[in-house]
Write a protein that binds this ligand. Structure first.
Ligand SMILES: [Zn+2]
Length: 269
């Protein structure tokens, strides 16, 4: 039986899943030697994943940026873990160089990427690991500087993200309000105009949430927009006169009984 062909980019997904699983397991390994081995393997997996992501042209830029940031954060954490183990085992004094190099790569990438939630989460993950290292070891000067720059990058991204999210939430709330306001309106034209504005508000909300990768709120805005469109399609009044001959027609008729012309789909569907 022929093997199903893997979709492009699916190897990246599998690798990313493995990196996340190993990243979680690495901290729980029993022996120091096991932890060292895990950290080394994780570094290798992350490097392989970055190479795959570099030639992934299928995913959207936002998705690629998010995956690269997650991988770089995992790589920086693994490098940190490995460096701390080497430091404890062999008393290495210049243990921070590789950690700084990896963390700098993530900071450089975050600096050019549009600020978004996934990159922010990756920066947070790295910052937490760096902060933990600065309290557990006393010779973490370079790490402390790195943490400082990491927090500055997080703050810079946060300012943009908070603004985009607020615009999105405002638009989402406007859509909900406009839907409520449309209900008591008596003329179909006024109601339609109000619901048009609600639909526009939901589309605006979606645009803002896409820009910053806010998946939960984007999904909510899409659900509300979709539900509104579906409700309006169901509520659309059936044609009352045949468009071809102008004779009155009844709801549910598919063809005009006078001239046989097809009638537009109605509430019956
Ligand atoms: Zn007709």
């Amino acid at each position: 039986m022929p093997q199903p062909t893997a979709a492009p980019g699916s190897d990246a997904t599998a690798l990313l899943r493995e990196v996340v699983t190993r990243d979680r397991a690495a901290a729980e390994a029993a022996s120091v030697e096991q932890q060292r081995q895990n950290a080394r393997e994780l570094v290798e997996r992350c490097r392989a994943l970055l190479a795959v992501l570099a030639r992934d042209s299928r995913a959207t830029p936002m998705a690629v940026a998010a995956r690269r940031a997650m991988t770089r954060a995992a790589l920086a954490r693994a490098a940190l873990r490995l460096a701390l183990i080497e430091r404890a085992v062999s008393g290495k004094t210049d243990w921070t160089a590789e950690v700084c190099a990896q963390a700098d790569s993530l900071l450089a990438e975050a600096a050019i990427a549009a600020p978004c939630h996934p990159v922010q989460l990756a920066l947070n993950d790295m910052a937490r690991a760096l902060a933990a290292a600065t309290v557990t070891v006393d010779d973490a000067g370079p790490i402390r500087d790195l943490l400082q720059r990491c927090m500055e990058r997080i703050d810079a991204g946060l300012a943009v993200i908070v603004a985009e999210d607020r615009f999105g939430v405002d638009a989402l709330n406007s859509g909900t309000l406009l839907e409520h306001l449309a209900q008591p309106l008596h003329t179909p034209r006024e109601r339609d105009a109000c619901l048009d504005r609600a639909a526009t508000a939901y589309r605006e909300a979606i645009t803002h949430f896409i820009r910053v990768g806010n998946v939960p709120l984007r999904t909510r805005a899409e659900d509300k927009g979709g539900a509104l469109a579906a409700r309006r399609a169901r509520a659309a009044p059936p044609p009352r006169f045949c468009g071809a001959c102008g004779k009155p027609v009844q709801p549910g008729w598919k063809f005009c009984k006078a001239c046989g012309a097809p009638l537009r789909a109605s509430a019956a569907h």
